[in-house]
Design a protein around this ligand. Structure first.
Ligand code: ADP
Length: 498
């Protein structure tokens, strides 16, 4: 009997591999950072070969750490940095260009053109996305326009496109399987999320030949098997999902109203909306998520640009913290912020404000304001920003939050989690396994092979490390929120005409 499911977690800065057992426990973890290329300001690339080789290296390392061999691995699940685009030659397997990373802004002018062409609403309606250079469509187009001979080769059917999941599966199967899952497809800006198929109108608008595209399948199903020579046995590759959707699944958020928040550099909030693709009136994205049975469902997605990054800012720029973790000690050292608010709108404000001219501010200073108040106000800003996004989602979805499940680096901060519960007037749950992205990928893979029988078995695995319940008196909560709203309003349009 195979004892582990292997999760390949291919992130933006590192490739990781985790082996999980039947109880969903981490048995082995290996990680390898890889090179980031910045050929011009605002451009970001990765080497697809390095993505592959680093991913293979960590797979071998994770197995050897615990003396596992291929017979011990039931199946493989993949989760990946989303939207990053790779185009390669079907025959040689060689990429025709480096991977264009989701962060890369090189196609920003194409987005302006979309607006001019009156395509914004069409894209919005079909794909659930607000046109942006993040998504894969303009990146594929850029490669076809700029790489010598690429367009002709693509039109002859010689080139393949894939997000990182697709690339890894293609390599793992030695070029036999060209496939992606619904969640990754929903981030390309080429996929009709309602009809759940590639959209001919968008393909023709972006000038992308249909033959380049992978087949789209559910996130939990056997896509193919690893080539025998690779890991010593043909192991089923049976799970794939974009990182945020995998984390949602790993948090057992399978049903309408289930919400998770990842507190990393920024925040990624996803609310499962069941089988209904909710159109947002407040600038959230509508995206494909995974239902309990592995079938495609929907989620609303909102993000906060600066979250844990505000704590990094305290540490690296303001130099008033030795470490991010130290912020918690300062937070507890004072009873409140002494009326201070920090709005970390360093790069403008996202949902629900959408103000690219907003800038960061510290408000409410009086003679008594000290270092600890300033730090506490910065930590609290993470919770206020998540609150704003959650309230907007609740309004969009017409449902209210039952409980917020958390992960990501900053969820380790107990003060922050308690304050989040207080401000939300709800409960915040931190699971014992906060490697939810990899865990989600493993669950998707193991459900397809029967390693786990069903979602109930997975739910039983899900263990709470700590739950934070709201304790703050309502009057105080409303007063704090009033102050936050006022502070935000002071930052609006700051950089306009300056
Ligand atoms: P990412 O995956 O985006 O790189 P992580 O999930 O690793 O981010 O989270 C790291 C972020 O969390 C950093 O921005 C850091 O400042 C913040 N962070 C880490 N630990 C704490 C803590 N105890 N309190 C507050 N913020 C923290």
């Amino acid at each position: 009997m195979a004892r582990y499911v292997m999760a390949l977690d291919q992130g933006t800065t590192s490739s990781r591999c985790i082996l999980f057992d039947k109880e969903g426990r981490i048995c082995s973890l290996a990680k390898k950072e890889f090179t980031q290329y910045y050929p011009q300001p605002g451009w970001v690339e990765h080497d697809p070969h390095e993505i592959w080789s680093s991913q293979m290296a960590v797979a071998m390392e994770a197995m050897s750490q615990i003396g596992a061999d291929s017979d011990d691995i039931d199946s493989i699940g993949i989760t990946n940095q989303r939207e990053t685009t790779i185009v390669w030659d079907r025959r040689s397997g060689n990429p025709v260009f480096p991977a264009i990373v989701w962060q890369c802004r090189r196609t920003a002018d194409m987005i302006e053109q979309i607006e001019k062409d009156g395509m914004t609403d069409v894209i919005r309606r079909k794909t659930g996305l607000i046109p942006d250079a993040y998504f894969s469509a303009t990146k594929v187009r850029w490669i076809l326009d700029h790489v010598d001979g690429a367009r002709e080769a693509a039109e002859r059917g010689d080139l393949l496109f894939g997000t990182v999941d697709t690339w890894l599966i293609w390599r793992l199967t030695k070029g036999e399987v060209h496939v992606t899952d619904y969640t990754n497809a929903s981030r390309t800006m080429l996929f009709d999320i309602h009809r759940r198929q590639w959209d001919e109108e968008l393909l023709s608008y972006f000038g992308i030949p249909r033959s380049m595209l992978p087949e789209v399948k559910p996130s939990s199903c056997v896509y193919g098997y690893t080539s025998e020579h690779l890991l010593g046995r043909q192991i089923p590759i049976s799970g794939a999902a974009g990182d945020q959707q995998a984390a949602l699944f790993g948090q057992c958020c399978f049903e309408k109203g289930d919400v998770k928040n990842t507190y990393g550099t920024g925040c990624f909030l996803l609310m499962h909306t069941g089988n209904e693709a909710v159109e947002s009136g407040q600038g959230m994205l509508t995206t494909i998520a995974v239902n309990a049975d592995g079938s495609p469902g929907y989620a609303l997605e909102g993000s906060v640009f600066i979250s844990g990054a505000a704590i990094q800012w305290l540490r690296d720029e303001m130099k008033i913290l030795e470490s991010a973790a130290e912020s918690e000690i300062y937070c507890y050292s004072v009873p409140d912020t002494n009326g201070v608010y920090v709005v970390p709108a360093f790069t403008g404000l996202g949902a629900p404000y959408w103000d690219q001219y907003a800038r960061g501010a510290v408000l409410g200073l009086t003679r008594g304001a000290g270092k600890a108040h300033f730090i506490r106000a910065t930590v609290e800003s993470l919770a206020y920003q998540a609150y704003d996004v959650i309230k907007a989602m609740e309004q969009d979805a017409g449902t209210s939050l039952r409980s917020l499940r958390v992960d990501g680096g900053a969820c380790a901060n107990n003060f922050l989690m308690q304050f989040q519960a207080d401000i939300l007037k709800g409960s915040v749950t931190r699971p014992s396994c906060i490697e939810t992205t990899a865990l989600g990928a493993a669950y998707l893979a193991g459900l397809a092979t029967g390693f786990w029988a069903d979602a109930d078995e997975i739910r039983n695995n899900w263990q709470v490390e700590r739950t934070f319940e709201a304790e703050l008196p309502e009057e105080r909560r409303l007063l704090l929120l009033k102050g936050w709203k006022k502070a935000v309003s002071c930052t609006r349009e700051w950089a306009k005409d300056l």
